[in-house]
Structure formats: C-alpha cells, structure tokens
Design a protein around this ligand. Sequence first.
Ligand code: ADP
Ligand code: MG
Length: 354
Amino acid sequence: MPPSPLNWLLGLFSLDIGIDLGTANTLVYVRNKGIVLNEPSWVVIDKKTRRPLAIGAEAKELAGRTPANIVAVRPIRDGVISEFEITQAMLEYFISKAHEQSIVPIPRPRVVVGIPSGVTEVEKRAVYDAAMAAGSREAYLIEEPMAAALGAGLAVGEAKGTMIVDIGGGTSEMAVFSMGGIVVSRSLRVAGDEMDMEIIGYARNKYNLLIGERMAERVKIAIGSAYPLREEKTFTLRGRNLVNGLPEAVEVSSIEIREALSQSVQTIVDTLKESIDETPPEIIADLMEMGICMAGGGSQLQGLTERLSDELKVRVWLAEDPLTCVARGAGHILEDLEHLKRFLVGLQRGSTSH
Ligand code: ADP
Ligand code: MG
C-alpha cells in the first residue's frame, strides 16, 4: 500500500527511531544522528502506588539502596515483559527524551522496537501498545537476533547462511539466517545476569563473603574471562562476612573468577553446539567461511571469542560496537521500510498497516 500524501510529507521531517529494549540496557538510535540514549532498563517505583519515581541510569544507581517503601525493578529482566505499565512508562520516558533532543518540533516519531525472540503474542502486543502509547506515529517490532544481525552488517537477506549470537543481561539468543529468514534459533536464560549470580555464589561459598549484584558485575567486567588470559589479574571484592557480619575485602584472581563463570560459559557453548548440530550442512559450510558473529554486552567477556572458536571449530568474531547492534539494526529498517519490512515481526489481528 503506498503511503498517504500526509504520511509521505510527514516522512520528510519525521524522526525515525530504533529501540533496543534490552533486559539490561535500553538504547535509542535516531536516524542520521546515531545512538542518542543508552541507559539501564531499570525503574524505581513506589511499592504502594506502583508509580515510577526514577527511570534509567538514575534508577539503577538507586538499586540495592532503596528504603522499604520503594523498589527498583527491571521490567524486562528475563526477556519477557513482566510489567506492562512499568515498561510503558520506561519506553515513554526514553522516547520523549530522544524526541526532546531534536531541534525542530517535528511530528511524532516512527519507531522500530527490538523484542526478544520467542515472546508471546500478548507480550508483542504489549510492546507495540507501549510504543504507541509513548507517542509514536507508527510502531513496528523486530526480533532482536534479526536486528542484531542487521546492525552487525550481516547479509541476512542472501542465500548464504550467517549466524549471530547475542549475549545480553537476561538472555542469550542465537540465530542462523538464510534468505532473510531464521533457519535455527535458540534463546536461553543464561547470560550476563547469571554470570553475576555465579560470582555471588562463588564468593559466598569460598570466602563466606556476601557481595551485591553491582559488585559482581564490576568484577566480571574488570577481570572475568572465558579463556586463560595472557596476564592474569586481581580484583578486590567488598562485602559482608557472613560469619561475623562485618565488612570485609577479599582479593580474588581472574583464575578464580573464570572458575566461577565456567558453568554459564559452558551452557552457552553447549547450546551453541546444539544449534550448529541442527543447522543444515550447506549452511554449516557457509558458516565455516563467514564465521559466527557475536553481539551484546556479554559477548565482550574477555576470551569468549577464543573459547568459542576453539570449541566450535568455527571462527567466532565480535561485531563492531556489539552493544549497539540491535538499536542500529532496528533503526536501519526505517531507512527503507518498503524493502526491509519483511524482516519485521507481524502482529496478529487488529494491528496496523504492516
Ligand atoms: P540486554 O540486551 O539484555 O539489555 P546488553 O547487551 O546491554 O543486554 O548486555 C548487558 C550485559 O553485558 C550485562 O550483564 C553486563 O554485565 C554485560 N557486559 C557488559 N560489558 C561487559 C564486559 N566487558 N564483559 C563482560 N560482560 C559485560
Ligand atoms: Mg540485547
């Protein structure tokens, strides 16, 4: 269907936005401008009224430090939209923040939102409604692995097979593409958050030390790894000793943290092996040529590409700017909506034009 003259005119001035609604971080990409916003997907709410009090970076800063009557939540934690109203408030806040930054008072934006693969029809509808309620003129959905692949520059529309592995906070998603479609896919709830949990468990078991999630994430990013490092490092954990209840600092090595992370890394390796096992041989041959591309924050774990290349016998490489692939890929669709529409996710009954 050709666009109406009004829509065509609006299109000339409109703001095109790609959003990565991640379990850990939300990124907003604006066409011709790049990434304009990158904030944690956190909301601090009043427990009684459920009213949001802080969103994004400010909310994450408060997490773990809130008084009894307020709580910090991650509405998309496990890759599902568990809290519709909070998700909506968050999307609204981020879209309006991106919108505010434009110099001319332009019409309401067109938005493409990346959603975790395998979400239910109800959840898809919830994200769509949230994007519309947040003031979008048109809203579209795209599955995250597809957006990540487009953002990483993989030629997903071609007959040759390609593969993306997106390791986020709540979920790791893997997908093999050929001819614009997903041939094999897997989504597992082992990713960055689970790694943090394993570090917390390790510190508790080995040192009787209780550390917070933020501390666990910090040590993971600083010295965590999936493959022996050329130079092993150390990091000082701070928390509470569970025996005497007092504050304590313990120095741990990167070897120990690698051990702590070994289970989650192994689960990711095993799931990847399974998806390769399901991939048709012709496409395996393509993957041997192109390698497997990794995106998402968790893919930056030191030594992960080496470890995976080793175990899978295929070259595994990191996308350029792996954290922003989904947002850029989603935004990319709007550059040529007519042709790229086929990569979007449809909504059942009652949806708009697509
Ligand atoms: P999502 O798409 O689920 O929002 P992201 O792609 O933003 O997730 O990735 C967030 C995850 O990546 C977090 O668990 C974070 O701790 C992890 N992460 C970010 N940088 C690194 C790093 N350098 N090493 C290991 N993990 C990292
Ligand atoms: Mg993501």
